[in-house]
Design a protein around this ligand. Structure first.
Ligand SMILES: Cc1cc2nc3c(=O)[nH]c(=O)nc-3n(C[C@H](O)[C@H](O)[C@H](O)COP(=O)(O)OP(=O)(O)OC[C@H]3O[C@@H](n4cnc5c(N)ncnc54)[C@H](O)[C@@H]3O)c2cc1C
Length: 365
């Protein structure tokens, strides 16, 4: 049965907990705030399924098949302004919802925890739109997706590459009615750090948070900002180079251990389509950059190509050579480096008030 001896070898995808035939694996938080599987040995029947389907322990070798690459912007400016990059995700989601399908992705719950959920109509699409830079709690998404797939529904499952890897391992077979989309991923910060940051913002504003965007574009796409709206009509807005949560995230102080040695950052992905910000767009197709966001779309499969062909008329797009497309986005194949400060960061997190954490770790020095 699954036993986490090295935290770098667990992405918390939930495949093991979801497959367990006697439901004896629960996902429990460690002291850093990340979820790991914990086996109730008194109920375990030692079937070994949890180990057999772990996407990291059973990782297959990358074939290095290069995907087709596109720069893309959604034609609807409103959607693009509310998306992280060029709004490519919304095009995929609309395609599936128009066919009566279901879309899984990361959303905020009522307390602004980040968790996976699914939507069935376009009115709910805003919940999944835009990046939330915190590890998303998968809850029972894998089981629900399987149920929907087995009933014949079209499913678009979106998330980080480790979440897609986990889903594929858990399903153990290919489904024609499953479309998968992952992301180029810097790494995922701790949900506990995020919770503490929310409490801090709440204490500063003396009012409840009503809305959050990690990708406010009032200073432009490149200088994206954290925006929080409060019940007292106040708004907090800081760019990613001054907001403390972004500094802790982007300087790799509070990421999940496996993000420093990610097994999923391969050229060939397990999904149909990978989405990202088209960083470096100016050196490939400057004309497409109006400062409001350009998506990088990487197509890995025939299915991905068919979908791209079906949605492309709703976008402005340009095919670009793969090597140039990812030249400024090394996170596609490279894990971030682990900072020495990480260990100290999490020790301090358990003993210091968050205002002190911000002074110590949330500033550019
Ligand atoms: C944690 C994280 C790190 C990222 N790092 C990079 C990077 O280093 N370089 C880069 O170019 N792009 C990165 N991205 C991707 C980028 O932020 C955009 O998500 C991508 O460009 C798609 O944007 P969009 O405009 O097409 O759609 P959007 O509407 O902005 O994207 C929505 C999509 O993001 C998914 N999503 C949002 N939050 C999460 C989450 N916490 N976990 C899993 N899925 C989530 C939704 O399910 C949906 O599929 C990262 C995304 C996340 C979530």
């Amino acid at each position: 049965m699954i036993e986490i001896r090295d935290k770098k070898l667990c992405s918390g995808c939930t495949a093991c907990a979801s497959i367990c035939p006697v439901n004896c694996i629960s996902m429990e938080r460690d002291e850093e705030g990340f979820l790991y599987p914990v086996v109730d040995m008194s109920r375990c029947i030692k079937c070994g399924l949890c180990e057999k389907i772990c996407p990291i322990l059973n990782r297959q070798v990358d074939t290095k098949h290069k995907p087709r690459a596109y720069a893309l912007v959604h034609k609807d400016l409103d959607i693009r302004m509310n998306s992280s990059s060029g709004g490519a995700f919304s095009l995929l989601a609309d395609y599936v919802l128009d066919k009566g399908g279901v879309v899984f992705g990361a959303s905020f719950d009522e307390k602004f925890n980040v968790c996976h959920t699914y939507i069935e109509n376009k009115e709910d699409l805003q919940k999944l739109r835009a990046s939330k830079y915190v590890q998303s709690d998968m809850r029972d998404s894998f089981k629900k997706a399987k149920e929907l797939l087995d009933s014949g529904r079209l499913v678009l499952f979106t998330g980080t590459a480790c979440q897609i890897g986990g889903l594929k391992s858990y399903l153990r077979k290919d489904y024609d009615n499953l479309i998968t989309q992952d992301l180029i991923c810097h790494g995922v910060p701790s949900p506990l750090v995020w919770e503490k940051y929310l409490e801090y913002r709440y204490s500063k504003a003396h009012a409840k948070i009503q809305e959050i965007s990690f990708r406010d574009k009032h200073l432009g796409w490149l200088l994206f900002s954290m925006r929080m709206k409060f019940a007292n009509n106040k708004t907090y807005r800081k760019s990613h180079i001054t907001d403390p949560m972004f500094i802790m995230f982007l300087f790799n102080k509070c990421l999940r251990p496996c993000c420093y040695a990610c097994s999923f950052k391969t050229i060939t992905r397990q999904c149909d389509i990978t989405l990202a910000d088209f960083w470096g767009v100016n050196s490939v197709c400057r004309k497409m950059n109006d400062g409001k966001g350009v998506s990088l779309v990487l197509i890995h499969t025939k299915k991905g190509e068919e979908i791209f062909n079906a949605i492309k008329d709703k976008a402005n797009y340009l095919e670009v050579p793969f090597d140039k497309a990812v030249a400024h986005n090394e996170m596609y194949t490279k894990s971030v480096s682990e900072k020495k400060v990480r260990e100290k960061f999490f020790k301090d997190l358990s003993r210091l008030p968050f205002s002190k954490m911000i002074r110590k770790y949330g500033r550019l020095i």
